[in-house]
Design a protein. Sequence first.
Length: 170
Amino acid sequence: MPEINEVNKSLGELEEELSKIKYASEMIQDAKDTAERTVNETKEIMSDLIDNSKKATDNAIKESKKLNKAASALLNAVDGLMEKLDKVDFPIRLDKIDTTISGINSGIQNVLSRFDSIERNLKDDFDSKIGLIQNKLEKTQKINLYLLIGILVVIGGSFLGLFYKMGFFG
């Protein structure tokens, strides 16, 4: 019976090995399932990433087209403005403005000198008229003084004559 014992022993070892193989097979199956889940999840994530990338790319292209149109419109506007600015001859226009301002300044200086002249003339005229009026006033005052003295003399003479007639004198 040693053979049976050996067979039993071999069977025990075989059973042990089979259980190890079974355990390894289960682990392989778990690894396979995990790998399949990981691959599926990776496929889903990649699909989402690709979809999102396409959407982002499409949006970027749309925005880029809009920006391109806006840039073209801005470029056209700037070109138009540059053409207008090129047509304007600034040195000649500025020279004309400078000439006009110089003319205005000359006109202002002329007006100011005329005002000074008018002011002097008015002052001289007022001074001469005031002098004439003062002379006339002085003459009128002298005449009034002489008339007053004359009136006083006449009144004084009239009183003397009246007093004489009334017998106060002599």
